[in-house]
Design a protein. Structure first.
Length: 253
């Protein structure tokens, strides 16, 4: 049985007080309302991680993620944060290759392969983002494009390493636009990605990999998206900034 997961990517939102308040609300609501075996991840900005890690110390089902990390081990990289530093403050997951990082910070598939390696080397779990632009969607080669992102950033991993990776499919045209992928579009891509992984690593491993959907996911559309056979949860942006909406999404399974 593969793991179900709902992760909240706060992006560059909330000051520390607001972040701590949101975390406390999520802790209490998850405890009171969420049944079943869905895992919860929150990904606050870097400067919140140490304090939020303390709040989550006794929360077995809520994990902490960073939104990015350096591809370098340490050294003269002003402004960067290393995987080792993240591990030292209690982070569990690292989001790698979000489309906003690919677009605004020119992150390449090769660089994301290095980030994946360094994250795994520090005992952290990558949430690897992939997805196509509207232009590629309209051209029709979107499956090939996203499979290539996996190939170039993940397929150097051993089987044991790939098993630790969570994949998040986020069509760029659906992020922050209010325009969600239809269940058919989400299922088509998730199924294609699982098949592609099966081709390289075998069906057994492919069936075990958690693949999340992201892009304008909210309480009203999460139930139908999460009901798709190959969708194992969500990577939530805007709606994860409201504890009520985020927990309602978690309860959509
Ligand atoms: O980018 C996303 C999560 O990483 C999705 O963002 P929205 O849910 O705001 O569309």
């Amino acid at each position: 049985m593969r793991k179900k997961l709902v992760a909240g990517n706060w992006k560059m939102n909330n000051d520390l007080d607001a972040g701590l308040k949101l975390t406390s609300e999520i802790i209490h609501m998850v405890e009171d309302e969420v049944r079943g075996n869905v895992g919860v991840v929150i990904a606050p900005p870097f400067v919140h991680l140490t304090k939020i890690s303390q709040l989550l110390k006794n929360e077995a089902r809520i994990s902490l993620a960073a939104q990015n990390c350096s591809e370098h081990e340490k050294g003269a990289y002003t402004g960067e944060v290393s995987a080792g530093m993240l591990a030292s403050v209690g982070v569990n997951f690292v989001i790698i290759g979000h489309s906003e990082r690919r677009e605004y910070f020119n992150e390449t598939n090769e660089q994301l392969a290095r980030k994946t390696d360094i994250v795994l080397n520090h005992g952290l779990l990558p949430i690897f983002c992939c997805g196509e632009s509207l232009e590629i969607r309209e051209k029709g080669n979107y499956v090939e494009h996203v499979c290539n992102q996996l190939n170039e950033s993940l397929f150097h991993l051993s089987e044991e390493e790939l098993r630790k990776v969570v994949i998040a499919y986020e069509p760029i045209w659906a992020i922050g636009t209010g325009k969600t992928a239809s269940t058919e579009q989400a299922q088509e891509m998730h199924h294609a990605l699982r098949n592609y992984i099966a081709g390289a690593y075998g069906k057994e491993l492919a069936d075990d990999i958690t693949i999340l959907y992201g892009g304008s996911c909210k309480p009203s559309n999460a139930p139908e998206l999460f009901a798709c056979a190959d969708v194992d949860g969500g990577l939530i942006g805007g709606a994860s900034l409201s504890s009520r909406d985020f927990v309602d999404i978690i309860k959509s399974f």
